[in-house]
Design a protein around this ligand. Structure first.
Ligand code: DP6
Length: 421
């Protein structure tokens, strides 16, 4: 057994995991506990440079209980979803040897040790940007490394799935499919990579974080109510999504943006139609979301081919996928024209890949004021502007999957005592 000479050793692992945005949505479970969906879904992984979770997991004989800190604040691990992930990973733990520390943990010992976990999102948790997806994916990935679990990413995704459905798609970079599976025990409900992030590296993603005072219905309870009351959900899962999945896979394979954007927009709209078809109806999008859809639709229609796709999750934020950098700069100009910032602080209004704004000729507030009306507005009526309706924009792109961070300085826990830094 481990560290006989020194009982206060701490062994730790730090990992970083991306978030993802579904382009064919997951909405509805056939099993609530195992988190088994009613249809397949497909997502794009977002660049972890701009949106990711970092998690440090550690083990020590001195730990009295499993503990977790999220963004520096201790949170409870007693929830069923955390417990499922911890149980499933522990069940697959293998022997671990840390020669430097003279520590040897045998397979059987893992059930006796407690873990400390610290997790940090590099984006505001409250912004409604799928933090649970990156969070559970990172927890499972990091614990898997700590405990020398031999399972591959797909098998790990089936564990992350039990934390939050969409988390299973964050175990890979690029384009990812969550196969719903058939088995009652969920063993075949897992994620696979369709293509890595280099396959279609022209795409640029702009997220409009929409101002909202309203607390939305959680995905978990929203989809439960949809399963119970929406006939459209049943039709969608049975008749619509299976065909759409095949079309989306083909669009991704061929880098066919016209088809990709048409499928992405239609599927987002159908998901929100299912929400409206739920009793009582659920409204995730607000006036600003609808306005962004109109702006994109009008622009796309004025061009020979679609320039931008939009998709919305369980909240008002718009995720906009531009066909290339040129389209993305034209998009940023349009967005800033309609949604100028409330303050003069441009630096905090456009975050992530700021070079996109520079390419769009936006170096200061005066450049936003000087933007001309987009040419697709043909009438002479001056178009209205909606200052302050968007909190900020995040410019990003498709990105890579989970990685280990080997530099100790990036760990979120102290190597001496396993407590948050
Ligand atoms: C609208 O994965 O958050 O973002 O499985 O209950 O944790 P639980 O739900 P969650 O639902 C995500 C729903 C969605 C669509 C999607 O990501 O596919």
């Amino acid at each position: 057994m481990a560290g006989d000479s020194q009982q206060n050793w701490v062994v730790m692992v730090t990992a970083q995991t991306p978030t993802n945005i579904a382009v064919i949505k997951y909405w509805g479970k056939r099993d609530e506990t195992l988190i088994l969906p009613v249809n397949d879904s497909i997502s794009v992984t977002l660049d972890p440079t701009h949106l990711c979770t970092t998690t440090t997991v550690s083990v020590s004989p001195s730990f009295q209980q499993d503990r977790m800190w999220l963004n520096g604040k201790e949170i409870s691990l007693s929830g069923g979803r955390f417990q499922s992930c911890l149980r499933e990973i522990r069940a697959r733990a293998c022997d671990v040897e840390d020669d430097k520390k003279g520590v040897k943990i045998s397979k059987e010992d893992w059930s006796k040790f407690h873990v400390h976990i610290a997790s940090y999102n590099n984006f505001p948790t409250a912004a409604g940007l799928a933090s649970s997806a990156a969070g559970f994916a990172c927890l499972v990935y990091a614990l898997g490394k700590l405990m020398n679990v031999k399972e591959d990413e797909s098998q790990l995704s089936a564990i992350a799935r039990q934390g939050s459905g969409s988390a299973c798609r964050s175990l890979f970079g690029g384009f990812v499919k969550w196969i719903m599976g058939k088995e009652k025990n969920g063993s075949d409900s897992l994620a696979v990579q369709l293509a890595d992030e280099k396959h279609w590296d022209e795409l640029v993603i702009v997220i409009a974080v929409v101002s909202s005072r309203q607390k939305e219905t959680s995905s978990t309870s929203g989809m439960r109510e949809s399963v119970e009351t929406s006939l459209l959900l049943q039709h969608r899962a049975k008749e619509v999504v299976p065909k759409r999945i095949l079309q989306m896979e083909e669009a991704i394979r061929n880098r066919d943006f016209a088809s990709f954007s048409q499928l992405t927009c239609t599927d987002s709209n159908q998901f929100h139609a299912v929400c409206l078809d739920t009793s009582p109806p659920i409204f995730y999008m607000n006036d600003t979301s609808h306005r962004i859809i109109s702006i994109v639709e009008k622009w796309n229609r004025s061009e020979e081919a679609p320039q931008v796709a939009y998709t919305f999750d369980a909240g008002p934020n718009a995720v906009l996928i531009a066909r290339n950098r040129k389209a993305a700069t034209l998009l940023i100009q349009r967005l800033l024209y309609y949604f100028p910032p409330n303050s003069d602080d441009l630096d905090s209004y456009i975050i992530g890949d700021k070079s996109l704004a520079k390419d769009a000729g936006i170096n200061g507030i005066q450049d936003i004021e000087g933007l001309p009306a987009p040419p697709e507005i043909k009438d002479n009526i001056p178009s209205q502007k909606y200052k302050g309706d968007v909190s900020y924009f995040i410019c990003t792109r498709p990105g890579k999957g989970p990685v280990l961070l080997t530099d100790d300085s990036q760990a979120l826990l102290n190597i001496e005592n396993g407590l948050p830094k």
